[in-house]
Design a protein around this ligand. Structure first.
Ligand SMILES: NC(=O)c1ccc[n+]([C@@H]2O[C@H](COP(=O)([O-])OP(=O)(O)OC[C@H]3O[C@@H](n4cnc5c(N)ncnc54)[C@H](O)[C@@H]3O)[C@@H](O)[C@H]2O)c1
Length: 353
């Protein structure tokens, strides 16, 4: 009989619904407590997903009074570090939304504290849930593509160009994502973080980055709803991986025609693969062996793989942590910071690998 896992959730906005659905779909998991600075929102969330959960507006009180096995931190980016640290210091394992923090210093502090406590810790790089990327990582690891030489990765959204997810000018959940004083690192910190993880998970770490970030204030305006719209809207990175491969990684909220499109192409000395999550999260196209000279592509289907949510629950049950952990989150945070430094200085920035 598996131990029942008691989870608490802090931050009960949009993404917290996905956390509830995914965690509660795992047998033996319950949400025992929820917390939000907006108590009414927390109450409504509990009513919808976990009617038995105790509702709080103070995290410290929730941790002391309910002693959960793990905390799901789904607050806006600038609260990831302080609230995750508070939980780890209270002896509670943490599943934290991305980006792990708003600075590499904070992200490293979180990773160091997590390692010190020995508690399970995970950052929700949720596109790892696509079996296709797990299969791609396995193929690269086992040498099926030879040495990876060339990489192209993109994550494209269009919610600034249209009202696909509502009117961003009047919606706080979109407005904080456009404002650096609300802790946002723009599209780079929001979804650039996903595509950086998606590209480097199979290929390995980055050695150098040259990035250009842009805020299109002349199109969207400089202010809306009391928020200053200064965070970047588009990011283009030229990168060199530690293995010597070159790559282009780019992301935008102005990518009209794309709701939420994530794609990766890897080219190696013995073969290539491509993933297009708009088409499938399980299928990937490969061109290897005899097919390389023609060139011919075939589609393969990846075997099922556990989600980040399942990995975290398993880590709570077994006491053995899994990936992507806080140390990985800190590694990606350093890449974000390198992009900002590169853009500011017009230089190529090296990363320690
Ligand atoms: N992994 C993914 O694919 C993915 C997708 C969407 C969002 N996210 C991440 O999830 C996080 C939340 O995003 P969202 O869209 O749900 O935002 P949101 O604005 O809809 O919700 C955030 C909630 O946190 C609450 N909150 C703010 N400060 C708090 C505090 N100090 N203590 C307790 N509650 C607090 C707010 O009242 C709000 O209810 C962000 O970091 C975002 O980057 C990740």
């Amino acid at each position: 009989m598996k131990k029942t896992i008691r989870l608490a959730v802090v931050g009960t906005g949009g993404m917290a619904n996905a956390h509830a659905e995914r965690f509660l779909a795992i047998p033996g998991v319950e949400i025992c407590a929820v917390c939000d600075v907006d108590a009414g929102r927390a109450r409504a969330y509990a009513d919808k997903h976990a009617p038995g959960a105790v509702v709080f507006s103070d995290l410290g009180k929730m941790l002391v009074e309910t002693r959960p096995d793990g905390l799901s931190n789904v607050t806006p980016d600038r609260f990831h570090a302080p609230l995750s640290i508070q939980a780890l210091e209270a002896g509670v394992a943490v599943f934290c939304e991305k980006p792990l923090a708003t600075s590499a210093v904070d992200a490293r502090r979180m990773a160091a504290l997590a390692a010190e406590t020995g508690l399970p810790n995970m950052v929700n790089f949720s596109y790892r849930n696509a079996p296709a990327i797990q299969e791609a990582a396995r193929m690269v690891r086992e040498g099926a593509l030879g040495r990876i030489v060339h990489v192209e990765a993109s994550y494209l959204q269009s919610w600034l160009a249209c009202d696909i997810w509502g009117d961003w000018r009047t919606t706080p959940a979109w407005l904080w994502r456009l404002s650096s004083s609300h802790g946002s690192l723009g599209v780079l910190g929001d979804i650039g973080v996903h595509i950086l993880d998606f590209a480097t998970f199979p290929v390995g770490p980055l050695a150098r980055i040259n990035a250009r970030l842009k805020t299109f204030r002349e199109i969207k305006g400089a202010e809306a709803g009391g928020y200053t719209l200064d965070a970047n809207d588009s990011a283009v990175m030229h990168v060199e991986f530690a293995n010597g491969a070159l790559g282009v990684i780019h992301t935008s909220r102005w990518a009209s025609g794309h709701a939420n499109s994530l794609a990766l192409r890897l080219h190696g000395t013995l073969g290539a693969l491509r993933i297009d999550l708009d088409r499938s999260t399980t299928d990937l196209d490969i061109c290897t062996g005899e097919d390389l000279r023609k060139p011919l592509w075939k589609t393969i289907t990846a075997p099922p793989s556990p989600s980040t949510y399942e990995r975290f629950v398993e880590a709570l049950r077994s006491g053995v942590n899994d990936q992507p952990d806080f140390a990985r989150g800190a590694e990606i945070q350093a890449a974000l910071e390198a992009c900002v430094a590169s853009d500011a200085g017009g230089t190529t920035v090296s990363l320690s690998v």
